[in-house]
Write a protein that binds this ligand. Structure first.
Ligand code: UDP
Ligand code: MG
Length: 316
């Protein structure tokens, strides 16, 4: 039986891009259906992530004209990762495979052909990996490199230069649905899911229109989630540093006692103050990092819903 494919495409304030880019998805679906690779029940699922512009109206109009298009509208902006998860979970019971990608035409849609081939060869997860970062600004390129280095040093499993362009089988989606965490870093969660996986390499181009919706703040917050949701190594490092400092202080105490009895003691005001400041600094830093984790525990224990679907189009 031919698999049913759903393209899952989160959109936030994309009214300039969608009227052009939707064709990429529908044309690809039509051609794959025509070639007999996928079922004609395949769809493009747009998830409107609480856009403030006319994105949803645009999607609605497209869906009226083309029954291949269906959509979800989130009740407010919940960020790319939540919007994507909302789409994947809605697609889970309706399809055999999902391919998630940006709506701005940056991810080369032709890589989907190879992804489906890998799926038919038995892979449950196929990661889309960028060949290079030529189309990124120097700042984004450097910060991304630093981010992957940091994540690896911290021991979190990541596929380098893979963002959220990936194929997931129904089985992988089912497994993913059992992860109930609130702080989402999907590419890390998908690695945890396991199953047979592989990579497909593609060139990432510039946006068709509009500007990036990933502000610096959103990128930093994603990076923080990537680290703090997947590894406790920062706490271990702090513990190790604390241990070393304690040992040094201990030697310092012995040294000062000996100096006292030898009658060599000077009024070491400066060194005392320096040590107090240094230890104070380390302690505050430690408390800050531990606080990060406690903050996460706090949020996780709330079990808040990650999104609320407000409306549906062609979802039956
Ligand atoms: N996006 C979203 N919610 C957000 C921010 C972005 O759904 O809060 C969508 C956006 O519409 C796009 C995808 O996530 O389809 C990736 O965002 P973008 O292309 O702006 O990021 P970049 O490619 O520049 O990293
Ligand atoms: Mg993009």
């Amino acid at each position: 039986m031919k698999p049913i494919l759903y393209f899952v495409v989160p959109c936030y304030n994309e009214q300039e891009v969608l009227p052009v880019s939707y064709r990429l998805f529908t044309d690809k679906l039509s051609s794959l259906v025509g070639l007999g690779v996928i079922s004609d029940k395949s769809r493009v699922l747009f998830v409107d992530d609480g856009s403030r512009d006319n994105t949803y109206a645009v999607i609605k109009e497209l869906a009226e004209k083309n029954s291949m298009i269906c959509a979800l509208k989130l009740s407010r902006n919940r960020g790319h990762q939540n919007a994507l998860l909302a789409g994947l979970m809605a697609a889970k019971d309706r399809c055999d495979i999902t391919v998630s990608l940006d709506c701005d035409g940056q991810d080369d849609i032709n890589a989907t052909d190879e992804m489906i081939k890998q799926y038919l060869d038995g892979c449950d997860i196929v990661y889309g990996v960028r060949k290079n970062r030529k189309t990124d600004s120097p700042f984004k390129r450097r910060s991304a490199n630093l981010f992957y280095k940091l994540l690896n040093a911290m021991g979190a499993e990541t596929v380098k230069n893979h963002a959220d362009y990936r194929l997931l089988s129904r089985r992988a989606l089912e497994a993913l649905s059992h992860y109930k965490e609130v702080n989402l870093y999907l590419r890390g969660m998908v690695s945890l899911v396991g199953f047979k996986s592989t990579c497909v390499y593609y060139d990432r181009t510039s946006r068709i229109a509009g500007e990036s919706k990933y502000t610096l703040g959103k990128m930093v917050s994603l990076a923080l989630d990537g680290i703090t949701s997947f590894t406790v190594k920062p706490i271990r490092i702090i513990t190790a540093v604390g241990f070393i400092i304690a040992m040094i202080s201990f030697i310092g105490i012995i040294w000062s006692v000996i100096a006292h009895f030898v009658g060599d003691a000077v009024s070491g005001w400066a060194s005392t103050v320096a040590i107090i400041c240094f230890l104070g600094g380390i302690q505050i830093l430690s408390i800050g990092i531990i606080g990060e984790y406690i903050g996460k525990i706090y949020l996780e224990t709330k079990h808040r819903p990650r999104y609320t679907v407000e409306q549906e189009i062609n979802m039956d």
